[in-house]
Every structure is written in structure tokens, then in C-alpha cells.
Design a protein around this ligand. Structure first.
Ligand code: PEP
Ligand code: MG
Length: 902
């Protein structure tokens, strides 16, 4: 029987894995192997595969029997490569770290244990051999603390719980009369180790393990267990990472950044993860361990500012290694390194998490530098991130007369205004009550435990931590505005205040943070449109003065070359249509005509209150004029692109007043009794209006409405065509489930059109088609396609009717459904491909059987969702239609779909 290989070794010699093995070795393990293979200085180690994690969870947290022997052999390999022994009481002992590493990186979400191998004996050897007693005991006390928290489950369980180790550390600092941990002398650290171990015994009933191999297995178990901790689960849900992927575990020889002033540790990006600008950026700390930099507790130095001066030899080597890595992976690398006595060791490399801005700029730059091809640039940008480039900014008018209260590091671009909250769980509770709440989370620093609070905040402000701190990395990956390391703001959690420039702001007060500049403002700063919109839409900025726009433009033009799907916009006004054109629309996929009626509500109400056809037709006359004007505006703005206009859809009761006072005013205006108005409102009321008298059912009962709308569309087309503008109206019937419903409406439309064209003496090549938004329409699509010239999937209603879930009421339980993984995503945002998607496939197959060239589109909200756009490409739609600001996302996602298929 062949033996499964569960453990992969890496080191200067005999590396087993490589960078392509992420599913098995996790991102970190695969990249450590790859770095070792290409000759970079990596401390030796081994990776336990993700298959072991899967086995662990499938078998009551047990390991495969073969694992132990494989770990023992690999540990011997580390000892040989590093020339040290685990638990050695003669020579310098080998210490190892134990870290997680999933296929996709999940920064800070799982657990790590460092300095494994220390015990009461090895600590003495480490002290002797390193010549630094303080260092050895500091490692030991950190190890006991970390092991206690992570392996022995001594983490505080809630915000009010005390961490016994932190309490003891604080007491010790007080006793020693020092402010920071690094000033504690060896004698105090020795006392702390004893006290920490006593705390372990008290809280867990266990003795702290002295056997190094027992410690290693404790670390391995803790890392596998942390795959299922709450924050890891939340992170996976947010980022669409399947729970069954599992994590790998990396056990690696420790090197020391905390062995004195010739040692350091740091994290760096080969290009700026916030803006994408070229050049290494990052943080480092002398005499520190890796987690000190990310935790944001000590303020690190900036690599790009001081490293060349302070550590010239290391800087030279480090910048070379960084470039080797970027060229090798052809992407921005996020690296961790340690300098032990002036020697550089690389501990990790991964493709850097970055903002939408950095994604676009770095990808476009790399194409222009000849490093990657345009299709690779397109494929790697998360399409949704493009919306960041369209979001409003603080500038111009909004900033007039304001001075900033403070300035920190501009770690996550974006302009955010919100109310101050200090505690992540309170922020989450506020948001649970009101999903529109605007929150700025204000913290000394953030930790992975704060994830849920960060998720619901518009922006994050921290007083410490650098550009690579947790708040910066995770916040900007979520697309939040982040200002970090703003040390001139003083935060008092107890008093719930933040003080800056002499101003004291309390919890709930409004604050604005600018993630582009790092500035912090009091109150709500009004925003201006983004650079891209200023160039494309308001034309207040020239392209040559707008570097973000230039990158955006290049990316969009490459995307347009690849994509096969056309993109259209849902637009109801000429203004929206112009914005849509500016953002690349090739037509309008949905005009909701009812929105126009809201602008002329009095006339529309008169029509609703009319008793008979004659009065109704009279009341419709002024509406015809208004609608025609609106349609002309749309046709002119779209200048020859097709415009899909949907006939009246919502139930009439949405248009009538429900308050007695308003009803009385309407009655006076129309010269009828208020009782009559009240009675009509009562008659129109329905228990379930979404399944009520709406859609084509309105046009069937009141054909004069359909006639008026079709006439207005055709008259507008004629007028615009006479001005020399090409015009292609597509008249769309809403909500039929039965071919007879469609036929009825089609007859009314075609008769009206013929009349207009006959009178005008010219004809437009208009089409008559239908929304497909009921399951019955899907399964009878062959019949409907006998008459309908196009289908547009109304996936908002198709989701509502297909899932039997009210689109207006599902907010009360959708969070629960997602928390419980019943729905992987909100089905009203991301298409339910398994259910609604199958209905669409049926409709397409049947529709094409009758009419092979039937035009197919989608106009539900899903038309701007990347995963749904890709699905639409796969099932063969001709176009997707979405709101104007989602167009760039749709263009990019459509290109990605085409590239993925190629
Ligand atoms: C739909 O149902 O998907 C649709 C586009 O129509 P509305 O949202 O107006 O119901
Ligand atoms: Mg609909």
C-alpha cells in the first residue's frame, strides 16, 4: 500500500514542494518551498499538508497514523540543516515556530506559536550561548504566554475578561518601575515565567509541558483547531473561501530579530499596497519579534525612510531579494523577514493584499513594464474592487475652511464619515439595528478579534501601528478608509473619548477620515466625486492630471477587448444615461418608467382615480407628453444605442396617498370627495402586492396605459430620428407568466406603434420583448418566444418568486442564514446559480428552440455582481445591465469570464 506523504520539507537542500502546491501546502508552505528552491535565505522547516487538516476534522481531531514518523523525520531534517538540536542542553538549542497557512492567505485569522523548544533547561543554554540573558528569558516568557493563550486556551473569552498574562506583566512593570516590556530586566522576566506557569496550573490544572516534542504537537494541534475559530470562519465567509479547504501547518526553525540591537524584524511590500506606487514600503523594528510589527503596539520605522542608512548591507540584499521575488511571482509581494545579527532571513512571501487602487495601478504598471500581459492583469483584479475608484473623495468645496485635527498614515484610500465607536462589538450591535449606520471605529490598534466591528465600519482610525499593521492590512483589504498610526490622537476607552488638537470628541460624535491623505476632521465633511468621475462625467478634471483615471482607462480598454458580453445600464433619466455612457454602457437594459411618473405624481393620481376609460384616457394625455419628453432625452443621450423601456410595473397603490391629510388635499385638487379618494385607496390595497395587481396585469386591465406608453416611446423615437439621431427602442412587457398575457400586450403595443409610424411617415426598428421574472415564464419560454423578440431576466423578481422569499422582507433573517452557512451569499446580490440560474438555463434553452436568435439580457441587480456576470457569460446571454456605477465592475468581470474560458 502506498504511503501518503503528509509532510513536505524545505531548506537550502532537499526541498520537497514548490510554489504551485498551494492547495496541498497552503500559500505560506508552498511559497516557503519556492523561496528555498530559488536559493533565497529561508530557515529550514516542514509543512504538514491541508489533507491532514481535513483528516483531523473528519476523524474526531485525530491524525493519520503515518504522521508521527514523518514529522520526526522532518524534524531531524531541520536539525541537520540548521546544525542545532531541539531540546539541546549542550549547544545552542533549536527553537521552532508553528504557523498556519491556508490556500488563500487569511492574515492574522489563525494561530501561531513561536519559540517552541524552550524549557527550564534550554533557556539557560540559550542565555549562555547567545550571551544575552535578558533575550533568552524574554523569549521564554513570550513562549509560555503564547502557548498558554493559543494551545492551552487561556485567551480572554470576551472584552471584559482579563488576560492573566497581561495582568502579571503589568504588575511586573509596575514593580520594576518601567513603562515598556523591553525595559524589564532578566531577573523580572525570570519571576514572570514562574508566575505565568503558576497561572497555567491554576487555570488549566496542567503543568506547563517541558518536553519540546510535546510542545511541537501542542502547537500543531492548536493551529489545526484555529481553522474553526470564529474569526477565521467570519473571514472565510466574507472572502468566499470554502470551509473544507483546511489549513496547512508550517513548523520552521526560529531565527531571532530580538537578540539585541543588530537584530530586527519587519514586513514589507514590494510596491505600496494602498496606492500601488512602485518602490518597497514597509515597517521594521529593531530588537523585536515578528508579531510586534503587525500588532501595532510599538511604532515601527519605515523601511523606505531609514533602512538604507541604518542597515546598509542588509538593505542592499533585502532590496535585491524583494525584486527577485516580485519578478519571480510577477505580482506585488508581501514579505516577512528577520535580521539576526545582520543576517537576512526570509520568513514568508505572498501576493500582497491591496486596495482596489493598488490593484489597478500595479497591474497596469506591470503590463507597461513588460512584466505581465493584459489578460493576466485583468484576471487578477477582484472586479468589485473597482467601485473604490468611483467612490466620493474629500476635496474642493467640502474641505473649504476646515483644518484637520490630526494626520496619520494614509493606509486605506477612501473618504469616510461616521459616528465614533470604540468597541468593535458595540459597532456591530449598532449596525445590526441599522444597516445604514455610518461608523468610524477608533482604536489604539486593531486585532483579528475586531474583525466583525471592522466589517460594519465605514472607516478605521488607529493611534498606533504602521502601514503594515493589522488595521492597515485587513481594513484596506475590506475596502475601508484607514488612517493608522495617528499618534497625535489620544484615545480613552474608559471615558469613551478621543482627543485631538485640543478637541474632545465623544462616542457617537461625527468624525471624517481621509484615507488618501491621512487627515482626520471633526464632523461630517461633504464629499466630491472621485477622480475618475470628475474626468469622465463632470469633466472638471483633465485626463492628463488624473493618474488614477489613466490606469482605470487602460484597464477598461483592455477589458473591452476581451469581453464578449455587452454591458448596458439601468437608467431612468438622461442624466443617468449620460453617466452610463461615460462609464462604458452600450445601451440601456432597463428604464423603469414608473420612476418618471413619480415626477408627475398629481397627474398620475388623477389617472388612477378616474372612474371610466374615457376619464382615464383624458388623464393620461398630459402624462403622454411628459413620458415622450423623457424618452426623447434618453434616446438623445444614448445616441443610437438600444434603449429598453419597460412598461408600468408596480401596483397602483404605491402611487396613492395613504395619510388622511394628503388624501384630502388630493380630493380638493381633483374636485372630488375625500371619501372617494379614501375608498379608491382602500380598493387598491392588497395583502401581497408583490404578487398582486402589477406588471402586465395592469396593462391588461388598463390597456390605455400600455397604449399611452407605447405611443410616447414611438413618438419620441420619431422625433429624435427626425433630428438625425439613430434610435432603437426595445419595448418590454413586465412580469408575464403566460404567453397570452404577452400576446395581449404585444397587440396593444404594435397597434399603437403602427399608428404613430403611419402618421409620421417613418418607422423605427423597434422590438417588443419581455422581462422573464417568474418561474412559469421560464418553463414556458418556448411559447413566449413565439412572440417575444427578446428576453431580459428580471432576477430580482425571479429570485423572489423562484425562492419564495420576499425581496422586501428578507432583511430580518438573511444575516442568520449567512452566519449558519445556509446561504453562501445573499441571493438578491449574487445569483443563486443552482436554483434561479437553472431556471434561466431552462428559459434560454426553450426560448432558443423557438427563436434561435432571441436577444438575451439580464437587468436584475445581479447584472453588476461579478460572479453573476460570469455566470451570464457562461449561459450565453448577449448583455448584462446594471446601475451606471457598477458598469466598470461588469466590464471587468465580463472580460475575466472570457479569459477564464479561453
Ligand atoms: C427585476 O425584477 O429583476 C427587475 C429588474 O425589476 P424590478 O426590480 O423593477 O422589479
Ligand atoms: Mg421585477
Amino acid at each position: 500500500m502506498s504511503k501518503t506523504k503528509y509532510v513536505y520539507f524545505f531548506g537550502a537542500e532537499n526541498t520537497d514542494g514548490n510554489g504551485s502546491m498551494k492547495p496541498l501546502l497552503g500559500g505560506k508552505g508552498a511559497n516557503l518551498a519556492e523561496m528555498a528552491k530559488i536559493g533565497l535565505p529561508v530557515p529550514a522547516g516542514f509543512t504538514i499538508t491541508t489533507e491532514v487538516c481535513t483528516y483531523f476534522y473528519a476523524n474526531g481531531q485525530q491524525y493519520p497514523v503515518e504522521l508521527k514518523a514523518q514529522v520526526d523525520a522532518a524534524m531531524a531534517g531541520i536539525e541537520k540543516a540548521m546544525g542545532k538540536k531541539l531540546g539541546d542542553t549542550e549547544g545552542l538549542p533549536l527553537l521552532v515556530s508553528c504557523r498556519s497557512g491556508a490556500r488563500d492567505s487569511m492574515p492574522g485569522m489563525m494561530d501561531t506559536v513561536l519559540n517552541i523548544g524552550l524549557n527550564d533547561k534550554t533557556v539557560e543554554v540559550l542565555a549562555r550561548k547567545s550571551g544575552d540573558e535578558r533575550f533568552a528569558w524574554d523569549c521564554y516568557r513570550r513562549f509560555v504566554q503564547m502557548y498558554g493563550r493559543v494551545v492551552l486556551d487561556m485567551k480572554p473569552k470576551c472584552k471584559t475578561d482579563h488576560c492573566p498574562f497581561e495582568d502579571l506583566l503589568e504588575a511586573k512593570k509596575k514593580k520594576a518601575g518601567v513603562d515598556v516590556d523591553s525595559d524589564l530586566k532578566a531577573e523580572f522576566l525570570k519571576e514572570l515565567v514562574v508566575e505565568f506557569k503558576a497561572a497555567v496550573k491554576t487555570q488549566t490544572g496542567l503543568d506547563f509541558p517541558e518536553d519540546p516534542m510535546e510542545q511541537v504537537w501542542g502547537g500543531i494541534g492548536a493551529v489545526f483547531s484555529s481553522w474553526m475559530n470564529d474569526r477565521a470562519i467570519v473571514y472565510r465567509r466574507m472572502n468566499g473561501i470554502p470551509h473544507d479547504w483546511g489549513t496547512a501547518v508550517n513548523v520552521q526553525a526560529m531565527v531571532f530579530g530580538n537578540m539585541g540591537e543588530t537584530c530586527a524584524t519587519g514586513v514589507a511590500f514590494t510596491r505600496d499596497g494602498a496606492t500601488g506606487a512602485k518602490g518597497i514600503v514597509g515597517d521594521y523594528l529593531f530588537n523585536a519579534q515578528g508579531e510586534d510589527v503587525v500588532a501595532g503596539i510599538r511604532m515601527p520605522k519605515r523601511i523606505e525612510h531609514t533602512m538604507a542608512k541604518e542597515l546598509p548591507g542588509v538593505w542592499e540584499e533585502f532590496s535585491k531579494v524583494a525584486m527577485i521575488l516580485e519578478n519571480h511571482y510577477k505580482d506585488i509581494q508581501d514579505v516577512e523577514f528577520t535580521i539576526e545579527n545582520q543576517k537576512l532571513w526570509m520568513l514568508q512571501t505572498r501576493n500582497a493584499k491591496r486596495t482596489g487602487f493598488a490593484h489597478v495601478r500595479s497591474a497596469v504598471d506591470m503590463v507597461n513594464e513588460g512584466l505581465i500581459t493584459p489578460d493576466r492583469a485583468i484576471a487578477r483584479i477582484p472586479a468589485n474592487d473597482l467601485t473604490q475608484l468611483l467612490q466620493p473623495v474629500f476635496s474642493g468645496e467640502g474641505l473649504k475652511g476646515r483644518t484637520s485635527l490630526a494626520k496619520g498614515i494614509n493606509a486605506g484610500p477612501g473618504a469616510a464619515t461616521g459616528q465614533i465607536y470604540f468597541q468593535p462589538d458595540e459597532a456591530e450591535a449598532i449596525w445590526q439595528k441599522d444597516n445604514n449606520a455610518k461608523i468610524i471605529l477608533v482604536r489604539h490598534e486593531t486585532t483579528p478579534e475586531d474583525l466583525r466591528g471592522m466589517k460594519v465600519s465605514a472607516g478605521i482610525l488607529t493611534s498606533s501601528g504602521g502601514a503594515a499593521s493589522h488595521a492597515a492590512l485587513v481594513g484596506r483589504q475590506m475596502g475601508k478608509a484607514v488612517v493608522c498610526g495617528c499618534d497625535s490622537v489620544k484615545i480613552d476607552y474608559k471615558a469613551e473619548t478621543v482627543t485631538a488638537a485640543g478637541k474632545v470628541l465623544k462616542k457617537g460624535d461625527w468624525i471624517s477620515i481621509d484615507g488618501f491623505t491621512g487627515c482626520v476632521y471633526e464632523g461630517q465633511v461633504p464629499t466630491s466625486p472621485s477622480e475618475v468621475l470628475q474626468v469622465l462625467f463632470s469633466k472638471t478634471l483633465k485626463p492628463q492630471d488624473a493618474p488614477i483615471y489613466q490606469c482605470f482607462h487602460q484597464l477598461m480598454s483592455w477589458s473591452d477587448r476581451y469581453r464578449k458580453l455587452a454591458v448596458r445600464a439601468n437608467a431612468d433619466t438622461p442624466g443617468e444615461a449620460q453617466q452610463a455612457i461615460a462609464l462604458g454602457a452600450q445601451g440601456i437594459g432597463l428604464t423603469r418608467t414608473e420612476h418618471m411618473f413619480f415626477d408627475h405624481i398629481e397627474d398620475f393620481r388623477a389617472m388612477i382615480l378616474a372612474d371610466n376609460v374615457e376619464d382615464r384616457e383624458k388623464a393620461l394625455k398630459p402624462l403622454l407628453k411628459y413620458q415622450q419628453d423623457d424618452f426623447e432625452g434618453l434616446f438623445r443621450a444614448m445616441n443610437g444605442y438600444p434603449v429598453t423601456i419597460r412598461l408600468l410595473d408596480p401596483p397602483l397603490h404605491e402611487f396613492v396617498p395613504h395619510e388622511a391629510k394628503e388624501q384630502e388635499a388630493l380630493a380638493t385638487k381633483l374636485g372630488i370627495s375625500k371619501e372617494k379618494v379614501a375608498q379608491r385607496v382602500k380598493d387598491l390595497a392588497e395583502f401581497n402586492p408583490m404578487l398582486g395587481h402589477r406588471g402586465c396585469r395592469l396593462g391588461i386591465v388598463y390597456p390605455e396605459i400600455t397604449r399611452m406608453q407605447a405611443t410616447a416611446i414611438c413618438q419620441a423615437a420619431v422625433k429624435v430620428m427626425k433630428e438625425g439621431i439613430d434610435c432603437h427602442p426595445e419595448i418590454m412587457v413586465p412580469l408575464p407568466g403566460n404567453v397570452n398575457e404577452f400576446k395581449h400586450q404585444e397587440t396593444v403595443i404594435r397597434e399603437a406603434a403602427q399608428k404613430v409610424f403611419q402618421e409620421a411617415g417613418i418607422t423605427s426598428d423597434y422590438m417588443v420583448g419581455t422581462m422573464v421574472e417568474l418561474p412559469r415564464a421560464c418553463v414556458t419560454a418556448d411559447r413566449i418566444a413565439e412572440n417575444a423578440e427578446f428576453f431580459s431576466f428580471g432576477t430580482n423578481d425571479l429570485t423572489q418568486t423562484g425562492l419564495g422569499i420576499s425581496r422586501d422582507d428578507y432583511g430580518t433573517y438573511i444575516n442568520e442564514y449567512q452566519e449558519l452557512d445556509i446561504f453562501a451569499a445573499d441571493p438578491f446580490q449574487t445569483l443563486d446559480q443552482e436554483g434561479v440560474g437553472e431556471l434561466m438555463k431552462i428559459a434560454i434553452e426553450k426560448g432558443k428552440k423557438t427563436r434561435p436568435n432571441i436577444k438575451l439580457g439580464i437587468c436584475g441587480e445581479h447584472g453588476g455582481d461579478p460572479a453573476s456576470v460570469k455566470f451570464c457569460h457562461k449561459i450565453g446571454l448577449n448583455y448584462v445591465s446594471c446601475s451606471p456605477l457598477r458598469l466598470p465592475v461588469a466590464r471587468l468581470a465580463a472580460a475575466q469570464a472570457a479569459i477564464e474560458e479561453a
